[in-house]
Ligand binder design. Structure first.
Ligand SMILES: Cc1ncc(C[n+]2csc(CCOP(=O)(O)OP(=O)(O)O)c2C)c(N)n1
Length: 598
């Protein structure tokens, strides 16, 4: 049967057919749809885990219990899960364990760009990379087999284009019927990594890689395609597809096993061709591996090391390097009218807007340019989520954003460094549970004189409304036990805990002012539903044209429902959340905004 599947859909179906029993993930683009697709399947356990470290630990436990397990995450998620990733490489498993890392070259929706192929080599974990959805589907079966045969976790590395592009997949398999029965075999020398047990496991790891080196030599998905022998191209992942498109007649070596690489196969290929080049996205990972073998390959001298590749970028690089003739100039028709540039922005009715507006007023004192802080201004350390869009004008209310959970630690650090300004940390509810909790414990333990604002919209909005422990909704969208954030915060030892309505500007302002005046850590939970997730919407607002003086204060909240017509504010009723939000009415000095029909 043939289906049109994205790489992520194909990985999910491939894992299901391969008999995965436990699947875990923390959402993150471009990986999220893997677990979302597995959640539809019957007979398997799926969970949105608290974070990627927990996701891998749960999958690792399941694999210790003898069943096939999968943990998927975005590239930076593997940084969070790095500790168990290295640990499970040391202990090995019993049931197959597959870790999927979806990298995001070009940072379409990430805080950083990194090439996670290095993780495989670093942790001594075998890695395979599909070049399309068919291979993504087929590989899942291989990955679990390799994992079990070699007693090792296996890394499947994907990238945005592999994960999100749809290609035709021959879905040839059905779910395995002969699943292993879950059982744990006691074996402290394998599972209890005290130094005396961990040292012998290091030998096991090295022996495993030697065995894998010879295994990958005959792995059927690595493929040598001999064309014109003048140019031989080594490639993997989506870059292989681009290379095939650009170099029509060259010879190719497609590598699916990219750690370890099949050394003899690569050497044979290099002998078949006059010149070897490597076409790969991000780092010169394969190129360096070829150099180590003494093969004088090139690639990164004409293919960028930064950002996502396209066939056009590969082609331009090849032309510059003299590998392809320059194209004859063709007359291109004039471009169609360009769309106006538009920043990403918070939605109409977003509960984050009010808090960020107050932060702007109170902490930045409307200072507009970067530079040293004035007396009385407050530093706002931020985290990652929809609320990070508050960095853009007109809100411009944030000072930092590094990695998930960092806002609280950064705030403590700034305060302990002794800067003369107060510090506020801002993070979302999903981010708080992911990795904010430990920072807050640090603030309690070490008497951090900071205020933490948890923007609780009851969901993981940025990645598409996944549940998290605070929401009481499971990955299968059934009811789960909800962790109450205010109780959790109190339980951690915070004495000054406040819950405010995220749409009540006065309450947010007075609570924040009070918190900034008190000693020790304080927490404000600013609560309001995400409008894209909320069940009911409000009655829209309008601007009374004769009352509007054109002062533009309402534009300062950056609501996409508000625009100008003849220098006066107007509200688009089809977008406005009105009574469910009401922030524009609260900021209007003329009281010119009210519910339609009133
Ligand atoms: C380590 C890591 N994992 C996952 C992500 C993807 N991601 C970015 S923000 C975010 C959570 C957003 O949820 P929340 O904190 O509740 O804020 P909201 O978007 O709902 O405002 C996630 C999962 C990431 N950037 N880094």
């Amino acid at each position: 049967m043939k289906e049109l599947l994205s790489g992520n859909e194909a990985m999910a179906l491939g894992a299901y057919h391969a008999g995965v029993v436990v699947a875990t993930a923390y959402p993150g683009t471009p990986s999220t749809e893997i677990l979302e697709n597995l959640a539809h399947q019957d007979g398997i356990y799926v969970e949105w885990s608290t974070n990627e470290k927990v996701a891998l630990e749960v999958a690792m436990g399941a694999a210790y219990g003898g069943v096939r397990a999968l943990a998927s995450m975005k590239h930076v998620g593997l940084n969070v899960a790095a500790d168990p990733f290295f640990a499970v490489s040391t202990t090995g498993i019993i049931g197959g364990l597959v870790v999927i890392s979806c990298d995001d070259p070009g940072e379409h929706s990430s805080q950083g760009e990194q090439d996670n192929r290095h993780f495989a080599k670093f942790a001594k974990v075998p890695m395979l990379e599909p070049t399309d959805s068919q291979e993504a589907y087929d590989l899942m079966d291989w990955l679990f087999k390799i994992s079990e045969e070699f007693d090792t976790p296996v890394l499947l590395r994907s990238t945005t284009r592999i994960s999100h592009c749809k290609t035709v997949v021959d879905v040839g398999r059905e779910r395995k019927a002969d699943l292993k029965q879950p059982a744990f075999t006691r074996s402290p020398s394998k599972y209890v990594m005290v130094p005396s047990n961990a040292r012998p496991r290091r030998n096991v790891m090295e022996e495993r890689i030697i065995k894998l080196r010879s295994y990958v030599e005959s792995f059927p998905m690595n493929e040598m395609v001999l064309g014109d022998r003048k140019l031989g191209i080594v490639s993997s992942g989506v870059a292989y597809q681009y290379a095939r498109e650009v170099f029509k007649n060259a010879s190719f070596l497609k590598l699916v096993t990219t750690y370890p690489i099949p050394v003899s196969l690569v050497q044979r290929f290099a002998k078949e061709v006059e010149r070897v080049i490597v076409v790969e996205e991000l780092d010169p990972y394969l190129e360096d591996a070829l150099h180590e073998l003494g093969i004088p390959a090139t690639g990164k001298d004409f293919i960028p090391i930064i950002g996502e590749l396209t066939p056009e970028i590969v082609e331009q690089g090849a032309i510059k390097a003299g590998l392809l003739p320059a194209p004859k100039p063709v007359h291109k028709p004039a471009m169609a009218a360009q769309l106006p540039a538009r920043r990403p922005q918070l939605c109409a009715g977003c509960p984050h807007v009010g808090t960020e507006y107050v932060l702007r007023q109170l902490c930045f004192q409307n200072a507009s340019s970067p530079g040293p802080l004035k007396k009385g201004e407050v530093v706002v350390t931020s985290d990652i989520g929809c609320y990070t869009l508050g960095v853009y004008p007109p809100l411009s209310a944030l000072d930092t954003c590094a990695c998930m959970g960092a806002s609280i630690g950064q705030a403590i650090g700034l305060q302990k460094a002794g800067i003369p300004n107060k510090v506020v940390a801002v993070l979302g509810d999903s981010t708080f549970v992911h990795s904010g909790i430990t920072g807050l414990v640090d603030a309690v333990y070490n008497q951090g004189n900071i205020t933490v604002i948890i923007l609780d919209n009851g969901t993981t909005a940025m990645t598409g409304h996944q549940g998290h422990p605070g929401t009481g909704i499971s990955a299968k969208r059934t009811k789960a036990t909800a962790v109450k954030l205010e109780k959790l915060v109190e339980g951690l030892g915070v004495k000054n805990v406040n819950v405010v309505n995220a749409f009540d500007l006065k309450a947010i302002e007075s609570t924040l002012k009070r918190c900034l005046e008190t000693e020790g850590p304080s927490v404000i939970i600013s609560r309001g539903p995400c409008p894209l997730n909320a069940k009911s919407t409000g009655k829209p607002f309008k601007v009374e044209a004769d009352q509007c003086t054109g002062c533009y204060t309402c534009l300062d909240i950056g609501c996409p429902a508000i625009s100008l017509s003849d220098d006066r504010a107007v509200i688009d009723a089809s977008v406005c959340l009105g009574t469910a939000c009401g922030i524009c009415a609260q900021v209007c000095p003329q009281e010119a905004i009210s519910e339609i029909g009133k």
